[in-house]
Design a protein around this ligand. Structure first.
Ligand code: ADP
Length: 590
């Protein structure tokens, strides 16, 4: 149960001054609260003896009042101190987690689902906050109140009476240990179930259009209900254990009351203690009930924190397999790529996704990559961008092995436009200058004009100030793609990789955009993976990938003459285009 304090030791060390202050205040409060029963006992004795006077009553009232005021001040002090520490811990852990997210590689994001990551960043961090605030408070308070009260009972009332009446207390230790184990087990289940439910919400919300298109709302809802049922069931088990605690404690303290009445009355009759002593003793017993009950809550907080810390720790200990080299190379002309992949297998996969991919690309060249879905086009970009390391073989930029190049530097100079485009929830202008926030409005427009999206943007009600992203204006696939192109081009990369980046833009516009950027002489080397052969007709070299291997290589003419897959695809696509154009002509003739 206390393992979590060890785990959070670094934070307590860091904030030892404020924790000492708060704990000091808590202990002082416990001592003061132990004086109160004593004073009440004394007043009762004075009354029983008929010795009570106005001045003595005034004195006792005044002392009680002062104690009350001092305790108020102390309580305010430790509360503010402890709770500011707990929010600090939460924000430190949240920043650490986010920093970790930004450093993680593709493999990490394949392993952890979005909803799971969100659960770590919300629920688990809240559990840690409770440990650093309420947990410390309950722990210190329970220990100090218990110790001070027991000591007062032993020393100030009667040691024999105390000894006989606390006989049932060791039972508490057994109860706490036993229930603690169960608690840990059920908390683990509960947090995992919450993660899974979170993931479900995230996926359903993101995929709502698809769900609706397939009329799967009912099924999706039923799946979700079963996820929430799991969470309810896991929390029910936590509650079952939790609820068992209080009745056990109440029974044990009830036993001590019975023993007190028995031994207390006996000792009064013996003249060993006074009636006032017994009243004070009962008051002390009352003081003990709270820490004992609080121990149950403490156990709850600690076990939840323990499980949450382990979950976060496992995530934080996940090191990215792809690491930027220490003092990596950060100055290259980027005018030559040498791809020498003998084999690449995805982590956890049984067969290679790429084999024997060997080619070179020089300054000014455009390389075309075609092939069926799943033939390895995206994988090739993954390796060229070092999202993964090549299993066997090498990739070199200007003769330098890719793993010797500073990773940030590589990504700053190599532009990549993926198949799916994510725009952020900010204005279109800020989306375009995402990689270079210093760009002026005019410079942004230059890139949107080259990407043939400027006119479209002007038609939006707020022009460049229109919000994009999830909350923003709904953009067509082609518009999103063209904004993404402008965003990448604005970074002025030396090398450009396009992974089916213009699938939603018609062939003519695609050629115009590529031509625009060529004229600007911005890009040294371009590698285009595409389904549309017309996009790469003018490429210097074309590779056809099939099952992760190069099946055909050459320029357009050579490949057409070879009469294989490439030639077939080309003829088929030409035919399709003619039919579409014919259809258009027919439509306009009507
Ligand atoms: P393409 O881009 O040509 O459609 P990909 O490069 O995406 O093809 O996929 C090539 C092969 O690698 C496919 O068999 C695919 O299932 C596999 N693959 C892609 N990504 C992963 C991954 N993260 N883990 C394991 N296998 C993967």
């Amino acid at each position: 149960m206390f393992a979590i304090f060890k785990k959070l030791g670094w934070f307590f060390k860091l904030r030892w001054k404020t924790y000492s202050l708060a704990i000091g205040g808590l202990i002082a409060c416990s001592i003061l609260s132990a004086i109160i029963p004593l004073l009440i006992g004394q007043v009762v004795d004075l009354m029983a003896q008929g010795n009570i006077t106005w001045p003595s009553l005034r004195k006792y009232t005044l002392i009680l009042l002062i104690i009350g005021i001092v305790m108020y001040g102390l309580r305010y002090m430790w509360r503010t101190t402890l709770f500011s520490n707990s929010t600090l811990l939460e924000s430190m852990m949240r920043n650490r987690l986010f920093d970790h997210f930004t450093k993680m590689d593709q493999q990490f994001y394949n392993e952890y689902r979005t909803g799971d990551l969100m659960a770590h960043a919300t629920n688990d961090l809240a559990a840690l906050r409770f440990v650093a605030g309420g947990g410390i408070l309950t722990l210190t308070d329970s220990i100090s109140i218990t110790l001070v009260t027991l000591l007062s009972m032993f020393v100030l009332i009667d040691w024999k009476l105390t000894l006989f009446t606390i006989i049932p207390f060791p039972l508490l230790v057994f109860v706490a240990r036993y229930l603690g184990k169960w608690m840990n087990k059920y908390f683990r289940k509960s947090l995992t179930a919450f993660s899974s439910m979170n993931d479900r919400v995230q996926e359903s919300v993101a995929g709502m259009q698809v769900i609706k298109a397939f009329g799967e709302e009912e099924d999706d809802y039923e799946d979700f209900v079963s996820e929430t049922d799991n969470v309810v069931e896991a929390n029910r088990q936590v509650n079952l254990v939790n609820s068992a605690y209080s009745p056990i404690i109440e029974t044990i303290t009830g036993l001590t009351y019975v023993l007190t009445i028995f031994f207390g009355t006996y000792y009064i009759s013996q003249g060993r203690i006074t009636i006032g002593n017994l009243v004070a003793y009962f008051s002390y017993l009352g003081n003990l009930t709270w820490p004992l009950l609080a121990a149950g809550r403490l156990m709850n907080t600690m076990e939840r924190g323990n499980v949450a810390y382990d979950r976060i720790d496992t995530m934080l200990s996940h090191t990215a397999t792809v690491q930027s080299p220490e003092s990596g190379i950060d100055s290259l002309p980027f005018n030559h790529i040498e791809v020498g992949i003998d084999s690449f297998t995805y982590p956890g996969a049984s067969s290679p996704a790429l084999q024997d991919i060997h080619f070179e690309a020089n300054e000014g060249e455009t390389i075309g990559i075609v092939g069926k879905t799943g033939s390895g086009k995206t994988t090739l970009f993954n390796l060229l961008l070092r999202h993964y390391d090549v299993t066997e073989g090498t990739i070199k930029y200007d003769g330098v092995e890719i793993d010797q190049i500073d990773l940030d530097y590589l990504h700053e100079h190599v532009g990549y436009i993926p198949q799916t485009n994510l725009l952020f929830s900010t204005t279109i202008r800020d989306n375009v200058r995402f990689g270079r926030p210093e760009l002026t409005a005019e410079e942004v427009e230059r890139y949107t004009q080259l990407s043939d999206i400027h006119e479209d943007i002007l038609e939006f009600t707020e022009g460049y100030d229109t919000e994009a992203g999830e909350r923003g204006v709904s953009l067509s696939g082609g518009q999103k793609q063209r904004i993404s192109i402008a965003r990448t081009m604005a970074v002025q990369p030396d090398i450009l990789f396009m992974d089916d980046a213009m699938s939603a833009v018609d062939a003519k516009t695609e050629n115009t955009i590529l031509e625009n950027f060529k004229i600007q002489n911005q890009i040294g080397i371009t590698i285009i993976a595409t389904h549309r052969i017309s996009s790469i007709i003018h490429a210097d070299k074309i590779f056809v990938l099939e099952d992760g291997k190069i099946a055909e290589a050459g320029n357009h003419e050579e490949l057409v003459n070879a009469g294989k897959w490439y030639a077939n695809m080309y003829h088929q696509q030409q035919l399709e285009q003619k039919i579409t154009e014919g259809g258009d002509e027919f439509e306009s003739a009507k």
